[in-house]
Design a binder for this molecule. Structure first.
Ligand SMILES: *Cc1c(COP(=O)(O)O)cnc(C)c1O
Length: 378
């Protein structure tokens, strides 16, 4: 029987009831006694609190295999290193998460890996970027902070046609809104710190995808040491089970807040894939279950107005990161994109007064009222 994701989140992998316990106990032990199985050790990612998550994560994206990791960056680095070898060339979307960009520019560059940052929305240009040593292509399902949705379907086809390993960072969409592994990506990577855990109290990651690739990445992970400890696994397990409930609320609240902001006369520009005005709205509507909780906007009054608005808001917390139950507000130039030069910011179309919100699961009308009063004081 094919189960809906709400049911899978609760029941997948939950067939053992240890001592009859309804909840999986925390096995707060680094190693296990020898038995007939391979050596069990937390760094090898084969202990009970890890394997139950590995199973659940696999089912969520209809993938072949999955591994929970110690952070999003642990998932990303171990996975890239499994497919990209010294001397290879990598095609990477030109608006990546800062940590990923830094890894490609520093450690990968030290390994003599060359990179072309490319426009993942211009398929006509892709063939001309291929070199004989191009081995992989790397994109994100929804980009930060302009929440663009690139031509994901064509990326999968292009990768398959050219024998490239395909990577997607699916953190912003989450498996509820987009099953990237089912769509054909070899690797779907997540910062589980964000929506998968959803409560801003754990740093974790996930590698989801084709069995062959996940196992290769798992070998790297065991060597690099990026495994998740039992207590953090327990917290992630607990958070993950409400993913569907939370994502529906994030989707609905962000839609309402974005419509309110779009209609407000002090708002100059707004970016949210759920709005008809978003350049890739149709595509996102076709592929995604929902448009997620991330949006960004600019006010007519520039930076002074942005600062005033943030100052006068009561509910959203002024903080970086995303994906938790509480709304967070930040300016990307002082958080996720603080490492970029003024030229790079300009090329990425990120202004100093762009405001990004991670919309939480508060009541939408309360959030709208709060924005209304704060905008009134701008
Ligand atoms: C936060 C984030 C990461 C890194 O995840 P950590 O859990 O902080 O290591 C990677 N990609 C995206 C899109 C993120 O938002």
């Amino acid at each position: 029987m094919k189960l809906a994701i709400d049911t899978q989140l609760i029941h997948a992998g939950e067939d053992q009831r240890i001592e009859g316990a309804i909840r999986m106990p925390i096995f707060q032990t680094a190693m296990f006694e020898h038995d007939d199985d391979p050596l069990r050790y937390v760094r090898y990612n084969n202990t009970p609190n890890q394997t139950i998550l590995n199973h659940k994560l696999t089912v969520l994206e209809e993938a072949e295999d999955a591994l929970v990791t110690g952070s999003g960056m642990a998932a990303i680095t171990a996975s890239i290193l499994s497919a990209v070898k010294p001397g290879d060339h990598l095609l990477a979307q030109n608006s990546l998460y800062g940590g990923t960009h830094k890894f490609i520019r520093s450690l990968l560059a030290d390994l003599n890996v060359s990179v072309s940052f490319f426009d993942a929305d211009a398929p006509d240009t892709w063939n001309s970027l291929l070199r004989t040593n191009t081995s992989s292509v790397y994109v994100e399902s929804i980009t930060n902070p302009l929440v663009r949705v690139c031509d994901l379907e064509n990326i999968v086809e292009f990768a398959q046609a050219n024998n490239l390993t395909s990577f997607i960072d699916n953190t912003f969409a989450s498996p509820y809104n987009y099953k990237a592994a089912a769509a054909g990506f070899d690797f779907s990577l997540h910062s589980a710190t964000k929506y998968l855990n959803g409560h801003s109290d754990v740093v974790a990651g996930a590698i989801i995808g084709k069995k062959e690739w996940v196992q290769k990445a798992g070998k790297n992970l065991a060597q690099l040491g990026g495994s998740l400890d039992p207590y953090a696994c327990f917290l992630l397990h607990r958070g993950l089970q409400t993913l569907a409930l939370r994502m529906r609320q994030h989707n609905a609240t962000a839609q309402m807040l974005s419509e309110f902001l779009e209609s407000h006369n002090k708002v100059n520009k707004i970016h949210y894939p759920g709005l008809r005005s978003h350049p890739q709205h149709e595509r996102a509507a076709q592929w995604f279950e929902g448009f997620s909780g991330m949006l960004s906007f600019e006010l007519h009054g520039g930076l002074p107005a942005a600062n005033k608005l943030i100052h006068h808001l009561h509910l959203p917390v002024f903080a970086p990161s995303l994906g938790g139950v509480e709304s967070l507000i930040t300016r990307p130039v002082i958080s996720s994109h603080s490492g970029l030069s003024p030229e790079d910011l300009k090329a990425a179309e990120i202004s100093d007064h762009l405001i990004r919100i991670s919309v939480g699961i508060e009541d939408a009308n309360d959030l709208i009222k709060d924005f209304k009063q704060a905008l009134h004081q701008v």
